[in-house]
Ligand binder design. Structure first.
Ligand code: PCP
Length: 410
């Protein structure tokens, strides 16, 4: 890498790491290199077990959706390690009142073979899981209502595919980002920006032009808040497109919202008496869980960006819990942590989880959540497709909405 005093970059366009630099752990913190140097000089390279876990989620709940496992597998592939992990998109539990936790990932290997990877491992899991967990919360509250992902504009564009993937896994119904969708084998879904209407200077001409130009598979969703009041524009949109109008989107700025519920009810009423009861009403613009809970009964869907794409990161830790010397477990947890390699068990069709030392017997009626990801440096997991992962998350958040999860230990 060229040391250019940070004025201009000579070997890359953007202020970004390249994939091979990440793969070589060059994005790690320097203290790992100090550590490696000392250990090497002193001839120390213990076999350790490191666990990645989270103690608290930044919400009043005690569950999250772990994602980033796929990328961690790709990151660690080829290193002489054995790694166990939860499935991508698995729901893990936390126990804020207790010292116990659920490891989502467990690395078994010589410390010097992977010390520098701690940082990128956490980066991959923390950001992605923060997004997928927030997306799952949003979808849990939205229920059957449609949720569009609109948030990639709020993050560095290089992260768009990561954000869209995590958002979709969390349960969103569509993604809008072209590359994000392409890598996921999906069609991106979008409506129209204010800019299009501003270019024409006339809403009706804009909606008709959109209808004339766009292929039939693109839903006709008219943005109805650009120049006039939402009710007026919604009626205009229906009169312009008639039955071809699939839906309307209200992106009313916060300063103009007033009582948004009443505005939406008014729009719904006026459409209905004109025979347009099937026209869907979507809303967007700075939305979060509270709006979904408040307006979920009177709208058909939500466009959500910032609150999910820039969701609070999850501060997973990666900690050595034991050393393995001559086949024996040497417990060596740091202060505040619990030692020993753990196993996570879940009771079928529930969120009743048990943590126990890995050598303890499996509790009756429970199944393990950790499984082999990498064995002797080779990825051994058949990754599931995104639809299956998302469907599994959707079925789990239905249960989580109704029941309080329980994490205990034996
Ligand atoms: C929408 C709206 C939100 C954008 C999407 C993202 O923009 O203005 O701010 O959602 P977020 O607020 O949850 O991050 P559009 O109406 O599509 O675009 P514009 O306002 O630029 O015309």
């Amino acid at each position: 890498m060229d040391m250019n005093e940070g004025k201009d970059l000579s070997d890359r366009t953007f202020w970004l790491a390249k994939e091979d630099e990440v793969k070589r752990a060059e994005t790690t913190d320097v203290y790992f290199l100090y550590t490696l140097r000392v250990l090497e000089k002193k001839g120390l390279n213990p076999r350790v077990v490191m666990e990645v876990y989270l103690r608290n989620v930044p919400y009043p709940d005690s569950w999250g959706v772990v994602t980033g496992i796929y990328e961690v597998a790709k990151l660690l592939e080829g290193l002489p390690l054995n790694v166990k992990a939860m499935e991508e998109g698995e729901v893990f539990l936390t126990s804020p009142e207790s010292v116990i936790y659920e490891p989502v990932l467990q690395i078994d290997g010589r410390y010097r073979d992977f010390a520098q990877y701690e940082n990128p491992i956490l980066g991959l899991i923390c950001m992605s899981s923060g997004i997928s967990s927030k997306a799952a919360r949003v979808k849990m509250y939205a229920g059957e209502k449609f949720v569009f992902s609109f948030g990639t504009r709020r993050a560095h564009p290089i992260l768009a595919p990561t954000i869209e993937r995590a958002t979709f896994i969390g349960g969103f119904d569509s993604v809008s980002n072209i590359l994000g969708a392409k890598l996921m084998g999906k069609k991106p879904v979008g409506t129209m920006p204010h800019a299009l209407i501003q270019c024409f200077g006339d809403q009706e001409i804009t909606w008709k032009s959109f209808d004339e130009v766009m292929p039939p598979e693109v839903p006709r969703i008219a943005l109805v808040d650009t120049f006039s009041d939402e009710k007026t524009e919604a009626i205009m949109a229906f009169e312009a497109l008639g039955d071809r109008l699939y839906g309307i989107r209200l992106d009313t700025p916060r300063s103009r919202r007033g009582d948004w519920r009443k505005i939406i009810e008014e729009v719904r009423w006026e459409l209905k008496i004109r025979g347009a009861e099937d026209v869907k009403i979507f809303i967007s613009g700075g939305l979060d869980e509270d709006v979904i809970l408040e307006l979920g009964d009177i709208v058909d869907g939500f466009g959500i960006g910032t609150k999910v794409s820039n969701a609070p990161t999850f501060d997973f830790s990666a900690k050595i819990v034991e050393l393995i010397v001559g086949g024996r477990d040497i417990f060596r947890a740091k202060r505040g942590d619990i030692g020993g390699r753990k196993e996570v068990y879940r009771k079928k069709d529930s969120f009743d989880d048990i943590i126990t030392f890995y050598k303890n017997p499996k509790p009756e009626g429970y199944y393990p959540l950790l499984s082999d990801l990498i064995v002797d440096g080779k990825i051994v997991r058949n990754f599931k497709n995104l639809d299956d992962i998302r469907n599994s998350v959707l079925s789990k958040i239905k249960i989580l909405k109704e029941t309080k999860p329980n994490l205990s230990w034996i």
